[in-house]
Design a protein. Structure first.
Length: 281
């Protein structure tokens, strides 16, 4: 059986694919890779369909050994990628022979690196996905040293041989659509367009921001209602939380705006200290 052995997961590594949308009525978040653009690119370079599962490694540090020859690719932020000590760099298809060790360094910018292996990570699916949902605990457990992950049958790599990665910026201007509960806040468009700072309490559930708190225009509480990935919820503190892929499926605080889907990958790479402001569109 083709497989991959985890020698070192680094700070935190998960198996992720494009998620399991469509189960909000069961209280299950869509989950999946936070930076979907990077996972899709890694899969294309490794010869996989876009839906194949890979490894999402927080701040790199990943080391794996392959039991069979494979094409691998690491995407996300710029990072050093080595095979048995030989440097290849990221965002390129890399040939790895059986028994060789691949290591991913620590990126200088950004947060999450994505490793795709030809054939994809073929762990058991849960509700049609191989993704880990950290809020509910659904899907494969966070990776640890000694884990052996099965691989599927390899395809043929396609697309560009080299992709020039862009460094994660220190500031982000994020397009959003105002609403649906913006009327519960005092001038939310002006408040959200101010600069906010990503805090260290952020995770796959939500990006937590610090800045000048938004003020309520309506007192009282909303009944719980459905929320989507990218929803900007404003709790009583007035400090927004941008829901990411593992968010709860309902919430009782007003949602001031929703991030455009194309901007979510950039937010997935925003380190604590990154400045963010929202642009109404």
């Amino acid at each position: 059986m083709r497989s991959l052995e985890v020698l070192d997961p680094g700070p935190y590594a998960l198996v992720e694919d494009l998620g399991r949308p469509g189960y909000a009525h069961l209280g299950v978040a869509p989950s999946g890779a936070l930076d979907t653009a990077s996972l899709r690119l890694a899969n294309r370079l490794a010869g996989n369909p876009a839906t194949a599962a890979g490894i999402e490694a927080l701040l790199g540090g990943l080391a794996v050994r392959l039991t069979a020859s494979a094409t691998v690719a690491v995407t996300g932020p710029v990072v050093d990628v080595r095979v048995d000590g030989r440097s290849f760099g990221s965002h390129v298809p890399v040939p790895v022979r059986a028994g060789q060790t691949l290591t991913v360094g620590t990126p200088s910018t950004g947060l999450r690196c994505y490793l795709a292996v030809s054939g994809g990570i073929a762990v058991e699916e849960v509700l049609g996905s191989r993704s880990r949902d950290v809020l509910s605990g659904i899907g494969p457990a966070p990776l640890k040293g000694g884990d052996v992950l099965p691989l599927g049958e390899p395809g043929i790599p396609a697309g560009a041989d080299v992709i020039v990665p862009a460094p994660a910026p220190a500031e982000l201007v994020v397009p959003v659509t105002l609403g649906p509960r913006d009327d519960w806040l005092d001038d939310p468009a002006r408040g959200l367009s101010a600069w906010w700072t990503v805090t260290a309490e952020s995770n796959r559930v939500g990006l937590r921001l610090d800045g000048t708190p938004l003020r309520r225009a309506i007192d009282g509480e909303l009944p719980s209602e459905g929320v989507v990935t990218g929803a900007i919820q404003v709790p009583p503190s007035g400090l927004p939380v941008v829901f990411l892929a593992d968010h709860p499926t309902t919430g009782g605080y007003p949602v001031a705006a929703v991030v455009r889907p194309a901007a979510l990958s950039a937010l997935a790479q925003a380190r604590p200290g990154t400045r963010v402001r929202f642009r109404m569109s």
